[in-house]
Design a protein around this ligand. Structure first.
Ligand code: WTA
Length: 650
């Protein structure tokens, strides 16, 4: 499709091309090329134009191309109650049928679904048939604990196959999972249990990270003690085998429950309506507590399967590795559901990328012959720091495609990833999307000429733009608000328990359009450049954290009267947290107290939220109505103009 190849530039001499073109064979063999040709188009751009004219036809075709349905839909899109859009109405489905059941009984039954390795050196492989048996058993276990269709089950585990098994089993019986990232801690877990009202929680004794045990059960106990009236049953996976306390009547070992009679009896996969909720996932937003974003059974799977096939170009013999955590949306869509729907073989790695040495990831990639690697800029920057000699020790010749997600990738890291890991032959899919969008929205595909740092253009069927606050196109070098102009199948359906907030948060700033909360720029070639968040979200190592949660963790410490957190640039993490703290009377600022507060936030929220510095201050800039102006704090910290401070309290 793309034919105007150019001479490869000499990167070390500092000559960079405007575009990086994908290799001809990658373009020629791409899934998306095949589909474009089937539709009679010469290239992906022509296909895109058609999908924008005919989005419903496009998504309808995708729904049949990639998935099976118990009962077909009547309408692809029902927009009669916008912005509460409905997709594939009238159909019956379950993603577990598409991800597990049909493979386990079909040609893929003996194919490896998951190859798991931990930093401690353990490995395990599950074929599709074995995975189906595990999911079936755990579905019966959940039922034995009283879980019913529509119930929420909180899952708090490290990156083990049982996390995937638990999620699939929950959806199999029509319940909703609420996965809490295993790196979060007591208060983060507690507030999510409290909001979701989960009567059953799945956890483990511990997990491994950098040769240390993460105390999952201990943290669970502290969190559940604060929500005793809600959680009735805690299912505990034996993973690390270290000593933990089990509470009589409430806590049960996974393996003991599995030994109950009847647990291997076939458990039917629940036939769901397409708009039934499938899962919720908490994420940080503009203000206040994290919100539970709800995704639905029908459209989510369609867009996840389509994007994974067309962007990461999964073929039957690929070995795909998404190094994210299943506890975040990237893991939900592109570890748990996407690859399994497509019948792929995937690698899951538990632990630190540099344990026991900085070659570990490359060792894993070489050992399993990974062909597609999808990770985050922070991980690339982290591994880049150890030098090229580490990846160069391993055979990475099987790699065909690379991916990036979670924050803008700086061109330097992009070029290193492209040259050192991809040996100049693997295009990088820089995928822009969000927990809210469920699947890729702005992303290259393997036929797209790339520019380092740009997510290129919207995916097929997706209409995006960059607009000013007045709704006019932002032009030239000006940034504007990144918006999505039309509904898409994997969109969030609501905020759990708070539909009003869903409308206010996403659909009112520019009426009729979805505002993403990101600032972006569109260049002369129509390429999108995402600049970053325009709200109180901080992206630490690609993880999405809210200032409000960090602040509330700080004020839960007896020394703190008031706190305001901001994110400032950090070389490896992208952004790091820098709170400003007013102390209560009787407490004095000191290095020891600063350290204590950092630890306190780490304990309540999790190690990723641990602040970089603590700034003790006598006051905070506030509006006359008492709202803290974090923007002013940030400008001051960066030595930038403070902007409009007319509402600042005198
Ligand atoms: C940011 C992660 C630039 C963005 C899938 C977005 C990105 C937020 C990219 C969502 C990218 C994600 N380039 N920025 N390729 N991908 N972001 O919900 O600010 O954890 O709004 O979803 O991450 O974060 P979330």
């Amino acid at each position: 499709m793309t034919t105007d190849q150019q001479t490869p530039p000499n990167e070390t001499a500092g000559e960079y091309p405007k575009f990086y073109y994908p290799p001809e064979n990658v373009v020629e063999n791409a899934n998306v090329t095949a589909y474009a040709r089937e539709k009679g188009f010469a290239n992906a751009d022509e296909l895109y134009a058609w999908t924008i004219e005919n989005p419903q036809q496009f998504w309808g075709e995708m729904a049949t191309k990639f998935l099976d349905w118990y009962q077909p839909w009547e309408k692809v899109l029902d927009d009669s109650n916008a912005p509460f859009f409905k997709w594939f109405t009238g159909a019956k489905t379950n993603v577990v049928h598409n991800a597990i059941d049909r493979h386990a009984t079909g040609a893929n039954k003996d194919k490896a679904a998951i190859i798991w390795e931990s930093e401690q050196g353990e490995t395990k492989t599950y074929t599709y048939a074995q995975l189906a048996a595990e999911v079936n058993r755990f579905a019966n276990i959940l039922k034995s604990q009283g879980v019913e269709k529509g119930d929420r089950v909180t899952v708090y585990l490290s990156r083990v196959p049982e996390l995937v098994i638990a999620m699939l089993a929950i959806v199999k019986i029509g319940a909703m999972h609420s996965v809490v990232y295993g790196g979060f801690s007591t208060e983060a877990l507690h507030s999510r249990i409290e909001d979701a009202k989960s009567k059953v929680l799945v956890t483990g004794d511990g997990g491994w990270m950098n040769n240390k045990i993460v105390e999952l059960k201990k943290i669970t106990d502290e969190a559940v003690d604060r929500a005793e009236d809600i959680v009735k049953s805690v299912i505990v996976l034996k993973r690390t085998g270290h000593d933990i306390t089990m509470k009589e009547g409430r806590d049960h070992w996974w393996h003991d429950l599995a030994a109950q009679p009847g647990m291997d009896d076939p458990c039917p996969t629940e036939q769901m309506d397409t708009e039934d909720p499938m899962f919720m996932l908490y994420t940080s937003g503009t203000t206040g507590a994290p919100k539970g974003l709800v995704h639905a059974c029908g459209g989510y799977q369609v867009q996840v399967a389509t994007t994974l096939s067309f962007v990461f170009d999964i073929k039957p013999d690929d070995v795909y590795w998404c190094a994210a955590d299943p506890g975040w949306i990237t893991g939900h869509s592109y570890i748990v559901y996407g690859p399994l729907m497509l019948g792929a073989t995937e690698v899951i790695y538990e632990g630190a990328p540099s344990y026991p040495n900085p070659g570990r990831w490359w060792d894993v990639a070489a050992k399993y012959g990974v062909t597609i690697l999808y990770t985050a800029p922070t991980a690339i920057r982290g591994l880049m720091r150890f030098g090229e000699e580490w990846p160069n020790k391993y055979d990475l010749s099987k790699l065909r495609l690379l991916g990036s997600v979670g924050e803008p990738i700086n061109p330097e890291a992009w070029r290193w990833y492209h040259r050192v890991i991809g040996k100049d032959r693997c295009p990088i899919m820089d995928t822009w999307w969000q927990t809210e969008t469920g699947a890729f929205m702005i992303t290259p595909n393997p036929t797209t000429p790339l520019k380092p740092g740009s997510g290129t253009k919207p995916f097929f069927g997706i209409e995006a733009d960059v607009l000013t606050e007045e709704g006019e196109p932002a032009t030239g070098a000006d940034d504007g608000l990144l918006v999505i102009k039309k509904p898409w199948p994997s969109m969030l359906r609501t905020i759990y328990g708070d539909p009003k907030r869903y409308v206010e948060q996403y659909w009112t700033r520019l009426p009729g359009f979805y505002t993403a909360g990101d600032a972006a720029r569109k260049d002369e070639d129509g390429y999108y450049w995402v600049i970053g968040r325009i709200d109180d979200v901080i992206k630490v190592s690609g993880y999405r954290l809210g200032t409000a949660e960090v602040e509330s963790a700080l004020v839960s410490h007896p020394a703190v009267a008031e706190a305001a957190a901001i994110g400032l640039p950090h070389e490896l993490k992208g952004q790091a947290i820098h709170p400003y703290v007013i102390l209560r009377q009787g407490f004095e600022a000191s290095d020891a107290l600063a350290e204590e507060l950092r630890k306190h936030v780490g304990k309540e929220m999790g190690p990723i939220a641990r602040p970089e510095t603590i700034n003790f201050v006598p006051g905070l800039p506030k509006t006359r109505s008492g709202k803290i102006m974090r923007r002013v704090l940030k400008a001051r910290a960066l030595g930038l103009p403070e902007g409009d401070t007319s509402t600042l309290e005198a």
